[in-house]
Design a protein around this ligand. Structure first.
Ligand code: FE2
Length: 411
C-alpha cells in the first residue's frame, strides 16, 4: 500500500509512505506505485503517530445520568451517583460500555489506551472484564490496565491484598491514591507498598497523586523519591498532581530537582481537573492543573489524558483527544505558536514514553505501520479547524476512517 503526499509530523514538505506486510517499508518523497499496489491519495494531509489515551477510567465510562445526573457537577456528587450505578455493575455491562468507548476513541485516532480500573471491590469484576477486553481487542487497540485502588490501599478493608490480587491477575501497572488515605502516614506507606509491589512483579507504576487542591498534599515527593531510589525511574508515572498548582514556588523550586532526578512521567487531565478542582474556592478560583508548562521546560515528560468519559465526574466527551489538547493549551497558557504546533506530542510521543511503548512506536522504516491521517496540513490547523481523523492504520490495516466534512456557506 502506498500513502501519497502526507506532511509527516508537521513537516513542510510532503512524503509518501509505503507499507508492506504491516510495516513501514519506505518513507520518501515521490515514490512510484508498484504494479498492482493499492494507492491512498492523502495529498496535503497530516500524518501523525497514533494518538494515545494515557489516562482514562474505562470501567466508569458512558454512565452519565445512570440512574441520576450529577446536578452540581462536583466530585462528591459524582461519587454518590456512582455508588448507585455501581450496584448494577455486571461484567457484561462493563464490557459493552468499554467496547462502545473504545470504538469512539478509535474513530478519533486513538490506538493505545491506559485505563485505571477500580480494585477496591472484593469481586474485582471490573478488573476481570478489562483484562478480558485487553485480550479481545488487542488487534485494534492496545490496552494497558492499572490496578487502581479508588478508595485507598491502607484505608480500605483488605486494600493491599486486593491490589496484589489484581496484579497477579495480570494488571500492567500498580496504582495508589495517597491523597485519599486517612493519614499522611498511610499515604506514605501506600506509596511504598505500591512501588515495592511493582518491583516484586516487574510492573509499571501509575499513581493518582495529589488530585486535590490541598497545598499540603505531598504524595508526589514521596513517589518521586521512591522512583529515584528504587531505580524504577521512568517506569513510574504521577497522574493528576493538581495540588502542585497550589504549592508555593519556593517548595516547587526545591521539588523540581527531585522530579528531574527521578525521571518520572506526568499525566495531566485538563478537561476533568479544570472543572473538578477549585470547587471549594470562592474567587479567585484555582484552575487545579499541574504545572505542565514548567515541567516541560525542565525536560520532564508530560502527557494529557481524558480521565473520565461521559460518566458521573465528567458529563461530556466523545473520546476525542483533540478536545483534551484544546483545553490543556488554554488552561496551561501554552498558546505560543510552537507550543500549539508541538501539542500533538502530548497525546502521542510523550504518552508513548509514559506507556513504555519503546522504539516500535513512531513513523519510521521498519516499525509497525501504525499511524493516522488528519484533514489538515499541520497540527496547528488540525486543532484550530477541528479536523477529522481521515484514516487510522494499525499495523498497516485500516481500523477507522472518515470523509472530510463538507460545508457550504450559502451567501
Ligand atoms: Fe484519574
Amino acid at each position: 500500500m502506498l500513502i501519497k503526499g502526507v506532511h509527516i509530523e508537521n513537516a513542510a514538505e510532503t512524503s509518501d509512505i509505503r507499507v508492506t506486510g504491516g510495516k513501514f517499508e519506505e518513507i520518501a518523497p515521490s515514490l512510484a506505485p508498484r504494479p498492482g499496489e493499492e494507492v491512498v491519495d492523502c495529498t496535503g494531509k497530516l500524518a501523525l503517530p497514533p494518538f494515545i489515551e494515557s489516562h482514562v477510567h474505562l470501567d466508569t465510562c458512558l454512565t452519565a445520568g445512570e440512574p441520576v445526573w450529577n446536578q452540581s457537577g462536583t466530585l462528591f456528587e459524582g461519587i454518590q451517583c456512582w455508588s448507585l450505578r455501581k450496584k448494577t455493575l455486571t461484567k457484561g455491562d462493563i464490557k459493552d460500555r468499554v467496547h462502545r468507548a473504545v470504538r469512539m476513541q478509535a474513530q478519533h485516532g486513538v490506538q493505545f489506551v491506559r485505563t485505571h480500573v477500580d480494585v477496591t471491590d472484593p469481586t474485582l469484576i471490573a478488573m476481570e472484564a478489562l483484562l478480558e477486553l485487553r485480550e479481545e481487542l488487542k488487534d485494534t487497540i492496545d490496552i494497558q490496565v492499572v490496578a487502581f485502588p479508588q478508595e485507598g490501599i491502607d484505608s480500605f478493608p483488605n486494600g493491599r491484598q486486593l491490589v496484589e490480587d489484581a496484579v497477579k491477575m495480570g494488571a500492567d501497572a500498580v496504582g495508589a491514591i495517597p491523597h485519599f488515605e486517612f493519614t499522611r502516614e498511610y499515604a506514605v506507606d501506600s506509596v511504598n507498598f505500591c512501588v515495592a509491589l511493582a518491583e516484586k512483579y516487574d510492573k509499571l507504576v501509575d499513581v493518582h497523586c495529589d488530585e486535590i487542591d490541598d497545598e499540603q498534599s505531598r504524595g508526589l515527593e514521596v513517589l518521586a523519591a521512591r522512583a529515584y531510589e528504587s531505580g524504577l525511574k521512568d517506569r513510574v508515572t504521577a497522574s493528576h498532581t493538581t495540588a502542585m498548582h497550589s504549592y508555593n514556588n519556593a517548595y516547587v523550586t526545591k521539588l523540581m530537582r527531585l522530579l528531574t532526578m527521578s525521571e518520572i512521567n506526568f499525566v495531566s487531565n485538563p478537561l476533568v481537573n479544570t472543572h473538578l478542582q477549585g470547587r471549594m474556592d470562592t474567587y479567585p478560583k484555582r484552575r487545579g492543573i499541574t504545572r505542565v508548562k514548567e515541567l516541560l521546560a525542565a525536560g520532564i515528560n508530560v502527557s494529557f489524558g481524558h480521565d473520565d468519559l461521559f460518566d458521573p465526574w465528567y458529563p461530556l466527551g466523545t473520546g476525542n483527544m483533540r478536545d483534551v489538547v484544546f483545553m490543556g493549551l488554554h488552561v496551561c497558557q501554552m498558546m505560543g505558536y510552537q507550543e500549539i504546533m508541538d501539542s500533538y506530542k502530548l497525546i502521542s510521543t510523550n504518552a508513548a514514553k509514559t506507556l513504555h511503548l519503546g522504539d516500535s512506536y513512531g513513523i519510521k522504516a521498519g516499525n509497525p505501520a501504525s499511524f493516522i491521517v488528519l484533514d489538515a496540513d499541520n497540527f496547528y490547523n488540525a486543532l484550530n479547524q477541528k479536523s477529522e481523523v481521515l484514516w487510522s492504520f494499525k499495523n498497516g490495516r485500516p481500523i477507522a476512517k472518515a470523509a472530510p466534512a463538507v460545508r457550504e456557506v450559502l451567501f
